[in-house]
Write a protein that binds this ligand. Structure first.
Ligand code: HEC
Length: 148
C-alpha cells in the first residue's frame, strides 16, 4: 500500500513539477493580463516606490504586488476581514497552487485552511483554473523577487 501511494505521489509530482514549490510559476503572463481586467475594479498592483504597474484606481481590495508566496492579509494598513487576518497569523500563503481555490471561494477556502468561521470581504471570482494560473503568472511577472 505504502509503496503504491509513494509511486502515485512520484507520478503526480513528475506530471506537475511546478506545483512542488511555493514560488512556482507556470502560466502565460500575457493571457493573464487580459483576465486582470476583472480584478482591476478593486485591485491595483503598486510597487514599493509607488509606481502603478497594473490597474487604475481600484482600492477596495489590497495591492497585489509581489504576490508569489505572499502571506495572506499582509498588506500594511489594508483593512482586512478577520478571516484574512486569521490566515495571516497562520502564515497561509498565496501560491500558484492555492490561488485558484482561493479565488473560486474565498470564504470557504479560508475557513477550511484556518479552521475558523468567518467571512471573506472578497466575493467568489469566476475564474477557470487555467485563467487563475495565467493570472498568477501575470501578477508574478510584475514583481520578480518573491516575498518570503
Ligand atoms: C469587488 C471587489 C473585488 C474584486 C472584483 C476582486 N477582489 Fe480580490 N479582494 C477584494 C477584497 C475586499 C479583498 C480583501 C479580502 C478580505 O480581507 O477578506 C481581496 C483580497 C484578494 C486577495 C488576497 C490578498 C491579500 O493580501 O491577502 C487576492 C490574492 C485577490 N483578492 C485577488 C483577486 C483577483 C485575482 C481578482 C480578479 C479575478 C480579484 N481579487 C477581484 C476585493 C475584490
Amino acid at each position: 500500500m505504502t509503496r503504491t501511494f509513494a509511486a502515485i505521489l512520484a507520478m503526480t509530482f513528475a506530471a506537475a513539477p511546478a506545483f512542488a514549490q511555493g514560488d512556482a510559476v507556470s502560466g502565460d503572463p500575457e493571457a493573464g493580463e487580459r483576465v486582470f481586467n476583472r480584478c482591476a475594479a478593486c485591485h491595483m498592483v503598486v510597487d514599493g516606490d509607488g509606481n502603478t504597474l497594473a490597474g487604475r484606481s481600484g482600492r477596495v481590495g489590497p495591492n497585489l504586488y509581489n504576490i508569489t508566496n505572499k502571506a495572506m492579509g499582509s498588506v500594511e494598513d489594508f483593512n482586512y476581514s478577520d478571516l484574512s487576518m486569521a490566515a495571516n497569523s497562520q502564515d497561509i500563503r498565496i501560491t500558484e497552487e492555492t490561488f485558484a481555490a482561493y479565488l473560486a471561494d474565498p470564504t470557504g477556502w479560508l475557513e477550511e485552511q484556518t479552521g475558523e468561521d468567518g467571512r471573506s470581504n472578497m466575493a467568489r471570482q469566476r475564474v477557470s483554473d487555467e485563467d487563475a494560473v495565467n493570472l498568477f503568472a501575470y501578477l508574478a511577472s510584475l514583481a520578480s523577487a518573491p516575498d518570503s
